[in-house]
Design a protein around this ligand. Structure first.
Ligand SMILES: [Zn+2]
Length: 467
């Protein structure tokens, strides 16, 4: 046999073996799924609203963590983790990533952790403590739950990897219109404004859909998003809110499939009107129907290529409050503001230096030829999604509430509107006073927040698009 012929035979053999699906470097996608019930067992404080005055009293429907493990044709792995939680705080994000590095060799670029931002979910370690009148006895309960949650997330990822099997991925985008820009439309007037087609302000009504099927076409999972606060409900029952109802509806109509929700950039969007269980169910059904519509129209197949990138953007904080200012703000009947000011004052008096910036997680995935999935930390306002869709194309997916939720993330516009004297009718929450709720050591972010985030997103998009 000539040398050339040997090479040809070897090349054909390699092609043939790739076609049969070797464990790494197989011809198509591999996908694995796992689900865990994360409903708290103890009477535990509920998250999101500072006005809560007692622990949860029951369960409307269970809370879940769900994992989609992926491996592309070249053997590159990643996990999408969705949770019925308010937001993953930094300590849990760090500890879960460290454990997944140890057990599965995953870098942060390969781990995408989502929170649905339901406010009928438990308070997590260190998250928004200034916002709640939290009894000291709750802190060990929260710590025990947080430790258990970390272990569950890591174990569920392990089970999803163990379930990897050949799969097909496809993508599409639907729409539904229940999210309302809450900065521009007074809540009580929304039904009337809606009737008159006079709702104002930027919105992102798109519903991104990622469908995962078995080789025979059976739906294994559907991952979908929406840019709207998951805050229909404020009662004392554990619940996934509209996103929980949407997942239940999809799993009911696709028996055996896992439905997974991720939040878009809905920090300034509310589901309105709200507060009734039937409304949460109605919004969930609207969202599920938008997903069904995409599945019905046969979403576009995604070639088995995955690129992943991640960076921490150092987000600058605005001016540090002075001791005199904090002493003044710490006075009076206990509120979020007095707790925030009192805690920071104690830290300054103990000789601590307050941080001047925050390591903000930015992540970009490229699925197939050129579908971008941008995942941003914090409560991100809708301007970011609209900007990145303008810059990278309308099929770009932009998630907020991803990885670490440390504060609201205003755009340059929202930050400017919320600076006193305010040019917006709303009390300036997203760009200003929400920093107290999250305990950040400044009244606002610095003016360069949007450009710092955009610069990092552009750099990571360049990385995943590089040949
Ligand atoms: Zn929120």
């Amino acid at each position: 046999m000539s040398f050339r012929l040997v090479l040809l035979v070897a090349a054909l053999a390699a092609l043939f073996s790739a076609g049969r699906g070797a464990p790494a470097g197989n011809a198509g996608w591999q996908a694995g799924l796992a689900t865990a019930d994360i409903t708290p067992q103890a009477a535990q404080w509920m998250s999101g609203y500072g006005g809560r005055n007692r622990p949860a009293e029951g369960t409307l429907h269970p809370l879940f963590a769900k994992v989609l493990a992926l491996e592309d044709a070249a053997g590159h792995r990643a996990v999408v983790v969705t949770t019925d939680l308010l937001g993953i705080p930094q300590t849990i994000y760090d500890r879960v990533c460290a454990e997944l590095k140890q057990r599965h060799g995953l870098g942060r670029d390969q781990i995408m952790l989502h929170a649905s931002h339901s406010h009928c979910t438990p308070v997590l370690r260190g998250a928004l403590y200034d916002a709640y009148p939290l009894p000291e006895a709750q802190k060990p309960v929260i710590e025990a739950y947080s430790l258990e949650l970390e272990k569950t997330l890591v174990d569920t990822v392990g089970r999803a990897f163990a379930a990897l099997a050949p799969a097909q991925l496809a993508a599409g985008q639907g729409t539904t219109g229940f999210a309302v820009n809450r900065r521009n439309n007074p809540e009580a007037q929304v039904p009337e404004l809606r009737r008159k087609l006079e709702l104002k302000g930027p919105v992102d009504h798109s519903v991104p859909v990622l469908a995962v099927s078995a080789p025979d076409g059976t739906l294994k999972a559907v991952v979908f998003g929406y840019a709207c606060h998951n805050t229909t409900l404020n009662f004392y029952q554990w619940a996934g809110d509209y996103a929980g109802f949407a997942q239940i509806a999809l799993q009911r109509s696709h028996p055996g499939a896992t439905a997974m929700f991720f939040s878009g950039c809905g920090a300034d969007q509310n589901p309105l009107p709200r507060r009734e269980v039937h409304q949460a169910e109605r919004y969930g059904n609207l969202l599920a129907a938008a997903v069904e519509e995409v599945l019905l129209q046969a979403p576009a197949p995604i070639p088995p290529r995955l690129r992943t990138a991640h960076a921490f953007a150092p987000l600058n904080l605005g001016p540090t409050p002075t001791k005199e200012e904090l002493a003044r703000l710490a006075q009076g009947t206990p509120t979020t503001l007095t707790r925030w000011a009192g805690r920071l004052l104690a830290e300054l008096e103990a000789g601590k230096t307050l941080p001047r910036s925050y390591p903000y997680p930015v992540q970009v995935w490229r699925l197939g030829a050129d579908r971008l999935w941008i995942a941003l930390g914090g409560e991100v306002v809708v301007d970011y999604a609209l900007r990145f869709k303008r810059e990278f194309g309308p099929s770009t997916w932009v998630a907020g509430y991803a990885n670490d939720v440390m504060a609201y993330i205003p755009s340059a516009r929202v930050l400017a509107e919320d600076r006193p004297p305010r040019t917006n009718g709303r009390p300036g929450y997203e760009g200003n006073t929400s920093m107290y709720v999250y305990g950040q050591p400044a009244h606002t972010w610095a003016d360069d927040i949007e450009e710092t985030i955009a610069t990092h997103v552009h750099r990571l998009v360049g990385e995943v698009r590089a040949p």
